[in-house]
Design a protein around this ligand. Structure first.
Ligand SMILES: *Cc1c(COP(=O)(O)O)cnc(C)c1O
Length: 383
């Protein structure tokens, strides 16, 4: 089946007892058993298994081309799920342009427990290869990155990690910005895909969730154990909301991409915009890689205005259709100023060094009428 059919149907056969076409929200913590230790289809307790969650996990596995999906209570809980596969003394090679919460989890919680982390620029696959050690057990990549929309060549990273992978190092990719509609890291030789389903998969800014997808039965069993033993799993209502979202993922993403392409082209002509970060533009430094590994280029754009911090802040406060807010991936357009919001915890000198200019603005382009979106930016941006 093709993507759109899987999005609507995978994991969601009509409910067998009533024929309900939509997967019910199984609001239950426990299940009646006919005889001790004979749960029906493995259903003994909802931390371990819940039918609404199972439907979501099957749906996500189908969309990413994996054999097994694992839903978590948030994107960061899913990342914690991967880290629980490691032990003290293990080493992780990670990209240096990461979602801030991922880096915080690595440095503040897992480094003190004995994991070691090395950060490299993964756009240079050789740098990833050079950072590998005999005890490296995880390579952690994000592409496109946040907020600069850098693109990492997944096939090139997988190639330099080939022998490390053969001795048990896992390759994992945070695919939140691209979504499974635009990019499938498992197809490039990665072992684990992570999603913050809070973003495009949920798609309506009404739920927090996360998920992992793998294509290996042994790894799936380990993650299933982590879900059950740690317990950072979503409730059935949250699973239902994400499932409702994934049914229209392909429709929404095409509109997000159409709108973002038009907004990026308009920004390109604005005389106060000095830089645009959008992988769909031929001027993007990794445009060729993006063209090769992504179906389209997504709904996220960041751009730099030739203004002070204060002026940039007043621009994001002036929009009317774009809502000033953190997060991304919902049907509604959002705007934010990374230096004072999502990336404020990075010291100013480090931030500028990383390319996050004072006048940087990030937008999550929604699915509204693109003319209204451009008119809104026109009235908000300086002349
Ligand atoms: C939001 C986000 C996360 C964290 O997900 P939560 O659901 O907020 O825990 C991880 N990675 C990326 C790229 C994100 O955008």
């Amino acid at each position: 089946m093709k993507f759109a059919t899987k999005a609507v149907h995978a994991g969601q056969d009509p409910e067998p007892t009533t024929g309900a076409v939509m997967t019910p929200v199984f609001m239950t913590s426990t299940y009646a058993q006919e005889y001790p230790d004979r749960p029906k289809d493995g259903h003994d307790y909802s931390r371990a298994k819940n039918p609404t969650r199972t439907a979501l996990e099957k749906n996500l596995a189908a969309l990413e081309g994996g054999s097994s999906g694992h839903a978590f209570a948030s994107g960061l809980a899913a990342l914690g799920g991967i880290l629980h596969l490691l032990k003290a003394g293990d080493h992780v090679v990670a990209g240096n342009d990461l979602y801030g919460g991922s880096r915080r989890l690595f440095e503040r919680l897992w480094r003190p427990l004995g994991l070691d982390f090395t950060y490299v620029d993964p756009r240079d696959a050789r740098a990833v290869g050079d950072a590998l050690r005999p005890e490296t057990r995880l390579v952690w990549i994000e592409t496109p990155t946040n907020p600069l929309l850098s693109i990492v060549d997944l096939a090139a990273v997988a190639a330099v990690c080939k022998s490390a992978r053969e001795r048990g190092c896992l390759l994992a990719c945070d695919n939140t910005f691209a979504t499974p509609y635009l990019q499938n890291p498992l197809a490039y030789g990665f072992d684990i895909v992570l999603h913050s389903t809070t973003k495009y998969l949920g798609g309506h800014s009404d739920v927090i969730g996360g998920a992992l997808v793998v294509d290996d039965a042994g790894l799936a069993e380990k993650l299933r154990f982590v879900q059950m033993a740690v317990g950072g799993v979503p409730g059935p209502m949250d699973c239902f909301l994400v499932l409702r979202g994934t049914k229209t993922l392909h429709l929404r993403m095409d509109r997000h991409c159409d709108n973002a392409e038009a907004v990026a082209a308009w920004l390109g002509k604005h005389r106060r915009v000095t830089k645009i970060h959008y992988p769909g533009l031929a001027s993007h430094p990794n445009h060729d890689v993006a063209k090769r590994q992504m179906r389209r280029f997504g709904g996220m754009i960041s751009f730099v205005l030739d203004t002070s911090v204060d002026e940039a802040k007043s621009v994001v406060a002036r929009t009317r259709v774009f809502t000033l807010a953190e997060s991304l991936g919902g049907v509604e357009s959002l705007i934010e100023h990374p230096p004072s919001m999502t990336h404020a915890s990075i010291p100013a000198d480090k931030r500028r060094e990383a390319g996050i200019d004072d006048g940087l603005i990030r937008i999550s382009v929604g699915v509204e009428d693109v003319g209204d979106l451009i008119a809104d930016l026109e009235q908000a941006l300086p002349r």
